[in-house]
Design a binder for this molecule. Structure first.
Ligand code: ADP
Ligand code: ASP
Ligand code: MG
Length: 409
């Protein structure tokens, strides 16, 4: 008997028909005698619609109330999935995140899991029930409902798999696994049999929304091996695990594109020690993630300089407001905010031991006439900011340069 955590994303539970299909798959595993915990997302489009509704009323709604609102999406799906299992005569009980013992900190809309006490889940499993847990949500010690950031059902599944010491963790989605690039944007993308946590983490945090990046971080920390696979067929998926020796043979494992980025430029910032720190500290304290940061060299000592950084698109308004509030104190010039950008990245652990990778990427971009606005690199990735309008074309060109030839992987 195995304990299996299965997570089904929005498309996989996007209609009553799809929910019935999920129930059929779950009942198959249950009939084999396995203990099954099912984590579900909101039906596709539901979370986006709820956000839209709130923003129609007010552009920057209160984050506690947003969590209250967004948690309803997953609560609908757990009940529907339990009902679909009951229709197949499979005993099933749905639990909210709080009922499953998921305790988080109080950072609304981006809460972190602090601990999980899954006693109730164990009790229900021991009584042969399928346990269906609402993804994406938890509760603080004070009883406030929280959510775990967009795509957070992945994190619920991985964290539950760790807490329950599950034998298997399966992430069911609408593609067959993790590809060398988003198969919807790059027709030549190929499915990977396996990928290391580090590569998956980079791809995910750089825009490959097939996995939420924080969930991969969590999996790496607790050594949860998981499989990303399709809820629409039985094809083997992609195994995500610790790096194996031969993984470094491949220079570029994948290409990702993040269209959810925005760029803020502060013009004429005083070139003095501590100024960038004050700006970025304030941004950090507001829980706004900053990714790339570029400061131009000032022309002559004491002359002002320009400071640019990228933030997640949904945080742009919040960031702009915050920066406006710092202006009188710090005394910079104009603030230019644009969301017409995208971040394109290549990722691979093999970059550690290969040279010339960035040059090859920039060359591919130059041949497409794509201008590079910002650059950042790490041991296993190169990222560039490009014009949003040319981003997909740029992605295909870079994919072709590194992964176009099947022998290259
Ligand atoms: P779910 O609702 O199941 O959580 P998501 O929409 O969050 O699914 O993630 C699956 C989507 O991720 C796919 O439909 C695909 O378009 C996208 N995606 C982006 N990058 C990749 C990649 N490298 N491999 C596979 N899918 C990717
Ligand atoms: N429903 C949430 C979202 O759309 C969580 C998830 O789907 O994983 O972001
Ligand atoms: Mg997802």
């Amino acid at each position: 008997m195995s304990l299996i955590v299965q997570k089904y994303g929005g498309t996989s539970v996007g209609s009553p028909e799809r929910i019935r299909k999920v129930a059929a798959r779950v009942s198959h595993y249950h009939a084999q005698g396995d203990q099954i915990v099912v984590v579900v997302s909101a039906m596709s489009g539901v979370t986006d619609n709820l956000i839209k509704l709130a923003k129609e009323i007010m552009p920057l709604p209160n984050e506690r109330e947003m969590d209250m609102l967004l948690a309803t999406g997953e609560q609908t799906t757990i009940a529907l999935t339990a009902i679909a299992l009951h229709a197949l005569k499979v005993p099933a009980v749905s639990l909210t995140g709080a009922q499953a013992g998921i305790v988080t900190d109080g950072v609304h809309t981006k809460a972190r899991i602090q601990n999980i006490t899954p006693d109730r889940v164990h009790e229900l499993l021991d009584a042969r029930n399928v346990v269906i847990v609402a993804g994406f949500q938890g509760q603080t010690n004070e009883g406030q409902i929280t959510t775990l950031g967009r795509g957070g059902s992945d994190l619920t599944a991985i964290a539950l798999a760790a807490a329950l010491k599950a034998d298997l963790c399966q992430i069911y989605t609408d593609v067959d696994g993790v590809y060398t690039a988003d198969p919807r944007l790059v027709p030549g993308a190929r499915k990977l049999e396996e990928i290391s946590y580090d590569e998956m983490l980079e791809l995910a945090s750089l825009g490959a929304k097939v996995m939420q990046s924080r969930s991969v971080e969590f999996a790496k920390k607790f050594g949860v091996i998981f499989e990303v696979r399709s809820s629409l067929n039985d094809n083997p998926g992609t195994i995500v695990k610790e790096e194996a020796k031969n993984m470094e043979d491949v220079v570029v494992r994948g290409v990702s594109l993040d269209k959810n980025q925005a760029k803020v430029t502060l013009v004429a910032v005083p070139d003095q020690p501590g100024v960038a720190a004050r700006i970025l500290k304030a941004i950090g304290e507001a829980h706004i993630n900053v990714d790339m940061i570029v400061q131009n060299i000032s022309h002559g000592s004491g002359k002002p300089t320009d400071l640019s950084f990228t933030v997640d698109k949904p945080d742009l308004l919040k960031a702009e407001k915050l920066i406006d509030s710092l202006k009188p104190d710090i005394g910079f010039g104009r603030v230019i905010a644009t969301d017409n950008i995208a971040k394109l990245s290549i990722v691979g652990v093999g970059m550690k031991s290969h040279t010339g990778v960035a040059g090859k990427m920039f060359d591919a971009l130059a041949r497409e006439g794509v201008n590079i606005e910002m650059i950042s690199t790490s041991e296993i990735k190169v990222s560039v900011v490009v014009d949003l309008a040319k981003a997909e074309q740029a992605m295909r060109a870079v994919h072709a340069a590194f992964l176009g030839n099947p022998k290259a992987t």
